[in-house]
Design a protein around this ligand. Structure first.
Ligand SMILES: [Zn+2]
Length: 515
């Protein structure tokens, strides 16, 4: 089977990960990669941090820090939070010489093969300071949905908003200064030139795109596709290596594909491959299945513009699936680094065993719509649906510890196959859904909990319990590590006997934690 490349694009390096990040792309990507590996699939999982958006500059200004310090600190925090939540990528993208080289090489190729055009583009401009304003440097109204926000990706409607098209633009740093529109020549990728290829690509994806992505694609394709700037006349970013645009930088949001190639290359090297061509694992002839996990507001940058770049270059695999998610709220308010009510994965896993945190984030994750996190609901749901039933199941199973190998019936082999099929339906990349994985886990655990085990069917019970643990392992990482000799999920259900063993229990408070 083709290799699976799992990519969770890095967050902007201006703060730690909050629970919204975890419950959205990162836990999903981790669970997807763990499950694929357990079924014997060659899998590479890459993530990291994105270091070049000018949001890092605006956040650093607000915090009175240097942007370089902020992004280094943020990268360390993100790595620590992923580890605390049991999210284990194979490759983690950092800002270093090799990353810069990957990005430059990628754009030199795109430019060298004639895919970029020099165009005059209008930008908001501050005559008082001589600065062009892009993305985080400028606020105004979204010309598509009228929401207030910065230029670039609109959090509200998902469209990409050119800085010069923002309604009533104002500088975020000097909101009182007058802003004018000024033209500047930049290199762009004219997305409209790729319309036919994009249209047939999205037609192939129509069956699996989640509703909001499907809607965005429909809206985008119904109008002229924008000229997407590759270079910008600002001074924060990777210097653009082109003679036509002296002093300009590469637009950070266009680094998506280069960033992804690099993430996968790092992932491959972490398992011992010699560093080489960054594109090797994406090559069409390698035939990988590429799956992205990101918040819906990143859809334009990855699904539309990223795919257009891949189509332009040719020879590289196009993403097979985009698993998008919506906002996750804390006590019915938006998780936001800037509003200061961050609940990080580290804070939560210091108080609660991380298996419980993973289970609850999965159960309530914003797969299809905005969902809500409350600590009280988490305690109640984890207690009633996971900890208590599991501990009853474990106690019931251990009542048969001394009886040696127990026979497994054909009926039980069939039941195990059906149960495994339910988990596969939730955890395969094509229809991946964390919330349905958690629902399946809850349902199957409930079935084991209701089972009145006798001496005659104890073997069947143990057999189905063992399969349950293997399928739940991508979510309940610590329980599975303690309870299972290995985490393989069998493709065929052929066991004729099973040997009972001691089982760990779940608790509701982290070791050394508690409130
Ligand atoms: Zn909008």
């Amino acid at each position: 089977m083709a290799a699976l490349l799992v990519i969770a694009p890095g967050p902007t390096a201006n703060g730690d990960l909050h629970l919204g990040h975890l419950a959205g792309p990162f836990l999903s990507a981790d669970v997807c990669a763990r499950y694929a590996r357990a079924t014997g699939r060659d899998t590479l999982f890459g993530t990291g941090v994105h270091f070049t958006q000018n949001y890092i500059v605006t956040t650093a200004r607000r915090l009175g820090e240097q942007p370089e310090e902020l992004r280094q600190r943020a990268a360390e925090q993100v790595e620590a939070t992923l580890a605390a939540a049991g999210i284990v990528p194979d490759g983690f993208v950092r800002f270093d010489e090799r990353y810069l080289k990957t990005v430059r090489t990628f754009f030199e190729r795109l430019h060298g093969e004639g895919h970029l055009r020099l165009r005059k583009v209008k930008f908001p401009y501050l005559p008082d300071t001589g600065e062009y304003l892009t993305d985080a440097y400028v606020r105004g109204g979204c010309p598509v949905c009228l929401a207030e926000g910065c230029a670039g990706l609109c959090e509200s409607c998902g469209h990409w908003i050119a800085s010069g098209e923002l309604l009533d633009p104002r500088s975020t740093r000097y909101p009182e200064l007058p802003v004018e529109l000024r033209e500047k020549e930049v290199l762009v990728l004219p997305l409209e030139e790729h319309r036919p290829a994009l249209a047939s690509y999205f037609a192939r994806l129509a069956g699996t795109m989640r509703p909001r992505l499907a809607q965005l694609v429909e809206e985008l394709m119904a109008r002229r596709l924008p000229d997407y700037p590759i270079t910008l006349p600002i001074d924060w970013g990777i210097p653009a290596p082109f003679a036509e645009t002296p002093g300009q930088v590469l637009y950070s949001d266009t680094e998506t594909v280069a960033w992804s190639l690099h993430a996968v290359a790092l992932a491959a090297e972490s398992r011992g491959e010699v560093p080489g061509d960054e594109e090797r694992h994406w090559a069409l002839e390698a035939g990988p299945e590429v799956v992205y996990f990101f918040g819906s507001d990143a859809s334009f940058a990855f699904a539309l513009a990223g795919t257009a770049m891949l189509l332009a270059l040719g020879g590289l695999a196009l993403p097979a699936h985009f698993v998008t998610n919506e906002f996750y709220e804390l006590d019915s308010d938006k998780f936001s680094t800037s509003r200061g009510h961050v609940v990080t994965g580290r804070q939560l896993t210091a108080e609660v065993p991380r298996d419980l945190a993973r289970y609850y984030l999965a159960a309530t994750g914003p797969d299809y719509q905005r969902t809500n996190f409350t600590r009280a609901a988490m305690d109640r749901v984890c207690g009633q649906r996971l900890v208590e039933p599991w501990n009853r199941v474990a106690a019931k199973a251990e009542a048969h510890l001394d009886r040696g190998p127990l026979p497994v019936s054909a009926r039980s082999r069939h039941a195990a196959a059906l149960s495994a099929e339910r988990f596969a339906a939730a955890l395969n990349p094509r229809r991946f859904s964390l919330s349905s994985a958690a629902a399946t886990l809850t349902e199957q655990l409930g079935r084991l909990d209701r089972w009145e085990v006798t001496d005659d069917d104890a073997g069947d019970f143990w057999h189905e319990l063992d399969l349950f643990l293997r399928c739940a392992a991508p979510l309940l990482v610590d329980l599975a590590a303690e309870a299972l000799p290995d985490d393989a999920i069998p493709a065929e259900h052929t066991a004729t006997t099973v040997r009972p063993r001691a089982l760990p229990r779940l608790t509701t408070r982290a070791r050394g934690g508690g409130r």
